[in-house]
Ligand binder design. Structure first.
Ligand SMILES: C[S@@+](CC[C@H](N)C(=O)[O-])C[C@H]1O[C@@H](n2cnc3c(N)ncnc32)[C@H](O)[C@@H]1O
Length: 221
């Protein structure tokens, strides 16, 4: 798939830092979800923010999902930097890079959850999800439907599933187009999302390009 088909636009450092600063981080043991992690800009900003606080967590675990193989090497390097940052601050750091489709993987949890056997694995989620229309007869759409999520765009699918993976009191910060706020298309998503999450803060970026940086990884020939 091309970068465009993957919805691959990386978050500029300043925007990632701003997003990371919005977390309260009340827990001493942070389990962070980075779904559609790219090169890991969001995770790195999150770790930097956690490390610079007076009240630092004692443990930080990150799970990063990414489908695009060529960006994984950069993502691994980011995790190594995060490891060093945390070590310097006496924070135990652990990470898992999952080279997998987030929608498919999250579905396994949602299925277990229906039988009451799953424990929500995260207390923080930081996302800049891929934006792409999902065809009504696609596999992704079927997966989402199976989870009871009716939506026509990948980003709302990511948000709805990330919300399901958060424990009570968990926090999520995400960049999204503002289109989900109105109109009938996104009504089922709003119902699902706002049924389990409360909005604490909305920040409106002046332009879409202000919150985007071009992907810097090139596919090998
Ligand atoms: C908008 S980019 C954001 C990347 C990174 N989080 C950042 O903020 O710089 C979305 C990322 O999601 C990845 N992606 C697209 N579809 C995915 C899927 N189904 N599962 C996991 N990752 C996916 C893309 O390859 C891309 O790297």
């Amino acid at each position: 798939m091309s970068k465009q088909e993957l919805g691959q636009f990386f978050t500029p450092t300043a925007v990632a830092e701003f997003m990371a600063s919005l977390f309260e981080l009340a827990s001493d043991d942070i389990h962070l979800l980075d779904a559609g992690a790219g090169e890991g800009a969001l995770t790195e900003a999150f770790v930097r923010s956690a490390c610079s606080r007076k009240q630092r967590p004692s443990r930080l675990m990150v799970v990063a999902y990414e489908v695009d193989e060529p960006v994984l090497a950069a993502l691994r390097r980011t995790m190594e930097r995060c490891q060093s940052l945390c070590a310097a601050r006496g924070i135990e750091f652990d990470n898992e890079i999952r080279h997998a489709d987030f929608i498919e993987s999250a579905l396994e949890f949602v299925r277990d959850d229906l039988f009451g056997s799953a424990k929500a694995p995260f207390n923080a989620a930081l996302l800049n999800p891929p934006y792409r229309k999902i065809n009504s007869d696609s596999q992704t759409r079927r997966h989402l439907r199976e989870a009871g999520i009716e939506t026509s765009n990948l980003y709302t699918g990511f948000l709805a599933l990330a919300a399901r993976l958060l424990c009570d009191g968990g926090e999520m910060v995400s960049i999204t187009p503002r289109r989900f706020c109105n109109g009938p298309y996104f009504r089922p998503f709003r119902r699902e999302f706002l049924g389990s999450m409360s909005l604490e803060r909305l920040h409106v970026f002046d332009s879409r390009s202000a919150a985007r940086r071009k992907a810097s990884v090139h596919h090998a020939p």
